[in-house]
Design a protein around this ligand. Structure first.
Ligand code: SAM
Length: 206
């Protein structure tokens, strides 16, 4: 695997990102034990920062897993709501347990099922977070972009796909993600942050 960022920088960032919230630590331990892919501490901190800056009324997450990324959104929202959606009922139940422990249940809604379908039920989405199967990123954005609020923001994880979008552009999933990235840069004002697996942030072009 090619490194987009010197691993020493990532180590340095990790050493700075000290965390004391016991629920965050417990969720990270859970992810490690179950080998469950999550956005990670640096990614989570970034989601939290964006949420604080944007002060969203509604965050909709497609592909919540057991709630790690949603946890950072929920910590960041003031009066808003975070909707967690995952195919797996078991993940949703686990997320509920963590959110209960953290006292964040009043800011959240939990849904089990296909996020693209369920997402259609929401309008005026201020932050749409995509972390579903990569092959459905284009379908998800095309289906749900009309449900964004006028200043809606899209955040998508894994858009560099372990660097394959650059170093293995013929890889099937890399091709799909390249199409998505191109769409997001053409139709939104977007940028990709190369932390972890690449996080794209885009806002509608005015
Ligand atoms: C990478 S994990 C999510 C990690 C989570 N966002 C985090 O960073 O903590 C991807 C999750 O998306 C779910 N998923 C994939 N496609 C989905 C879809 N179309 N609708 C709902 N959930 C989906 C899977 O069940 C899996 O739990």
């Amino acid at each position: 695997m090619e490194f987009l960022i010197n691993p020493k920088f990532e180590d340095y960032l990790k050493s700075l990102s000290v965390e004391e919230d016991p629920v965050v630590l417990e969720m990270e331990k859970y992810a490690q034990e179950k080998d469950f892919p999550i956005i990670g501490r640096e990614g989570g901190r970034f989601l939290y920062l964006l949420t604080r800056l944007k002060n969203p009324g509604l965050v909709v997450e497609i592909g919540s897993g057991f709630g790690y990324s949603a946890y950072w959104f929920a910590k960041g929202v003031k009066k808003g709501k975070v909707v967690l959606i995952d195919y797996q009922q078991r993940n949703i139940q686990t997320a509920k347990k963590f959110f209960k422990k953290a006292g964040l249940l009043d800011k959240t809604e939990f849904r089990a099922g296909d996020g693209v379908e369920i997402g259609k039920e929401y309008s005026n989405i201020d932050i749409l977070f995509l972390d579903l199967e990569k092959v459905r990123y284009m379908e998800a954005i095309k289906t749900l972009e009309k449900n964004l609020s006028p200043d809606g923001m899209v955040i998508a994880d894994n858009v560099l796909f372990q660097g394959k979008v650059i170093f293995e552009p013929e890889n099937k999933k890399a091709k799909i993600l390249n199409r998505f990235n191109r769409y997001m840069f053409e139709n939104y004002f977007s940028i990709i942050l190369p932390i972890r697996d690449g996080i794209l942030i885009g806002i509608k072009k005015s």
